[in-house]
Design a protein around this ligand. Structure first.
Ligand code: FES
Length: 274
């Protein structure tokens, strides 16, 4: 028997809020932080998307309102009575909500069944209302039954997310083009970092990794499979950091919206660096 198993055997069972575990570390910190940060982001993004104002200033455009539907398609959206963000945000929302990393994170923090590895080892802890709503209280069906089987939409959501990176890249370039020429403002850098982080998050995705190197029996068989193997290897380096990119891009995209919103409403001043 390994030392760790021996240690577990000799560790008394602990119960925290009905979750029985051998773990003695602060296992609840990670799901709690996820709950707070993801919950706060969800509330802020919903509020910001419903505003429909202060999302543009000079050449800056909030990423929540990109592409600028009113400017790009005035004939369709010129008299659109609602905030254009309600048409845009469902795409990145579905991509994030079905992300393999986020699933692990929010299943633990919002569903709490179980909230961490090796916690609730008896399976008797009360399920969260959200888990019950999704049918997880009736027996574990994983993602093989409705509604969680819809998580498989992730591979399709990836195509839209990739398209958004190009649109946000265009916005970031535009953020340097002012009516009086090329300038660098703090906002230009904020929007550039935003698309860089979102690009790292999107292209470190497991679905992209599968597209690059999946469904191949032999990597060395011909030129094409060798190229795909190289691409897959490189992407795997990014993929290892997917969780970090997920959090950094989430926080920065919210900050980008806040920045444009506060500059646009006159609360913050955008400093011109160049
Ligand atoms: S797995 Fe996270 S974005 Fe695809």
């Amino acid at each position: 028997m390994s030392d760790s198993l021996q240690a577990m055997k000799s560790t008394p069972l602990k119960s925290t809020q009905g979750w029985i575990t051998f773990r003695t570390d602060a296992w609840w910190v990670e799901p709690l932080l996820t709950l707070i940060i993801l919950g706060s982001f969800g509330m802020y993004a919903t509020w910001a998307a419903l505003q429909g104002v202060n999302y543009q200033w000079g050449p800056y455009l909030s990423p929540f309102y990109s592409p600028n539907l009113v400017e790009w398609f005035p004939q369709w959206f010129g008299s659109w009575p609602f905030s254009p963000a309600v048409l845009i945000l469902p795409f990145p929302l579905v991509f994030r909500a079905t992300c393999y990393y986020y699933r692990k994170a929010y299943y633990r923090s919002f569903f709490t069944s179980p909230p961490a590895c090796a916690v609730d080892i008896t399976g008797q802890a009360p399920k969260s209302p959200l888990a019950l709503l999704l049918g997880q209280g009736k027996g574990y069906t994983g993602e093989t039954a409705f509604p969680l089987i819809l998580q498989n939409a992730h591979r399709y959501a990836f195509y839209f997310a990739a398209l958004f990176i190009f649109i946000l890249g265009y916005d970031a370039i535009k953020a340097y083009v002012w009516t009086d020429g090329f300038h660098v403002g703090v906002g230009s850098l904020v929007l550039t970092i935003n698309v860089a982080l979102l690009g790292l998050y999107t292209f470190s995705c497991h679905s992209w990794r599968h597209l690059l190197g999946g469904c191949i029996d032999c990597f060395s068989c011909d030129k094409m499979t060798q190229v795909r193997h190289k691409a897959w290897e490189r992407q795997s380096l990014l993929n290892e950091k997917h969780m970090q990119f997920a959090w950094a891009s989430l926080l920065w995209v919210a900050f980008s919206d806040i920045y444009v919103r506060l500059v646009s409403s006159g609360v913050w001043t955008d400093y011109r660096l160049f």
